[in-house]
Ligand binder design. Structure first.
Ligand SMILES: [Zn+2]
Length: 195
């Protein structure tokens, strides 16, 4: 079983949900152009709620899989999502309005509805995917540290493109408190514990 198998399964569902909800909103906007703002506010609220639910499922699953002895609480997840993330460079929960406004403004300024919707969808899914990976990694690290693990090993994801920076770290062992931050967006390297 690969490190991101369950994450990918949940992401697949989340992606379908995003497409479905965007399509539904796109249809509503086409017939009711005066209500673009409330419709997109509602859309993004629902999508962010669903993403947070998905992240919690992912975190609980990974934590258990890594033999964590405690449990993952929503407060732990929200703490992670309210922090500035070194990989993405932004705060997840603060980004909802920015992403939504970008979409809303493109529609209000007369952009092609179908094209702008596809763009907004891709942009949002990209962010959700990145955070799903971040949550997966953080849940594993929490399980390791809750069970007294002192050292972790960096592993590159062999199934995808690996950058120079990551390849150099493959197999390296670090103290858990000094594990390096992932060097780039989309990095699917992961840590395993060293006993
Ligand atoms: Zn990597």
């Amino acid at each position: 079983m690969k490190f991101y198998d369950y994450t990918d399964k949940v992401l697949k569902y989340l992606r379908r949900y995003i497409i479905h909800e965007f399509n539904r909103t796109e249809m509503q906007i086409r017939t009711d152009e005066l209500n673009i703002i409330p419709k997109t506010v509602d859309l993004y609220d629902r999508l962010y709620d669903e993403a947070i639910k998905a992240f919690l499922k992912i975190a609980k699953h990974k934590y258990k899989e890594c033999d964590g002895t405690d449990t993952i609480e929503i407060a732990w997840l929200m703490g992670l999502l309210k922090d500035a993330n070194p990989i993405t460079g932004y705060i997840f929960v603060n980004d909802e309005d920015r992403k939504r406004q970008y979409y809303t403004e493109s529609l209000l300024s007369g952009g092609d509805v179908s094209r702008e919707t596809k763009k907004a969808m891709r942009y949002l899914y990209g962010s959700f995917k990145e955070y799903a990976d971040i949550v997966t990694n953080e849940a594993a690290m929490k399980a390791y540290s809750d069970t007294g693990t002192e050292f972790v090993q960096w592993n590159t994801a062999e199934d995808c493109r690996v950058c120079e920076d990551c390849r150099e770290k493959d197999g390296h062992i670090y103290p858990i408190n000094h594990a390096p931050v992932k060097p780039h967006y989309g990095c699917r390297c992961y840590f395993t514990k060293v006993n």
